[in-house]
Design a protein around this ligand. Sequence first.
Ligand SMILES: C[S@@+](CC[C@H](N)C(=O)[O-])C[C@H]1O[C@@H](n2cnc3c(N)ncnc32)[C@H](O)[C@@H]1O
Length: 269
Amino acid sequence: MITSHQSLIQAEFTKQGANFATAPSIVDPSRIARLVAASNPKPTDRVVEFATGPGHVALGFAPHVKEIVGVDITEALLEIANRSKTDRGITNASFITGNVESPTGLSSLPSASFDIAVCRLAFHHFQNPAQALREMSRLVKPVTGRVVVQDVHGSGVDGGKRRDFQDEWETLRDPSHTKFLTLPELTTAFGECGLEVEVIQTDDVIQKVDRWFQTTQTPPESRAKVLEMLERDMKEDLSGARPYYSDVDGEKTMFFTHRMVTIVGRRIR
Ligand SMILES: C[S@@+](CC[C@H](N)C(=O)[O-])C[C@H]1O[C@@H](n2cnc3c(N)ncnc32)[C@H](O)[C@@H]1O
């Protein structure tokens, strides 16, 4: 069953399609190479990617593994993924439609049938991230299977107020945003799914605010509200995203930081 939030996801990502698929931080091959390296894949591995979108991560894994299956709820993005796969001559990747948050959505995929389950930049769109993580854990092999999640993490300071402030402007910019999990929330969720956390890597992605709006085609009235909140954030340090202005070709240009985390957990039983 598709919830109204998931219908919104499909509508947003159908609209964002090409802009999202070509956004610099999404395409960046060096970021994808680091995610693949953190997952430590073997040539014999079968990999499943949750919320694969335009398939950049799946196609980045493909040369390093036996097979990769990408799952997503938005058909328009899977069409982009299939086109890239053909253009790049990749034959060991496949893409299927599915709801990774539904307890029955991925029932066609047998338990313990993959070596790695990976998901990038999608937990903050989920209404039920715990269900998605349980499903990732179900799909990987006990003892050796790894679950890899990469996403922006929210501030854990001030009882969630700073995270809430960022979630508010993120949701104004993209209504399909739900919530950034904090580092402790993410590691606790791994533990609750029987996943031993073995790697935690953090880094920053600098977002140019104009390009970030262009991806989501945020309407002017919402942009104005987001800019107002970012200005306040810049002056008062309200979220940890650290907005700032820099001169680009003689123009005052706004940027901020998305704080990323990559967590690798091994299924212990
Ligand atoms: C920000 S995009 C990330 C795409 C891709 N992981 C990447 O990093 O390039 C978020 C993706 O999550 C997908 N998505 C959101 N909720 C989903 C769900 N419940 N089941 C499957 N896909 C979902 C969207 O369709 C979209 O492709």
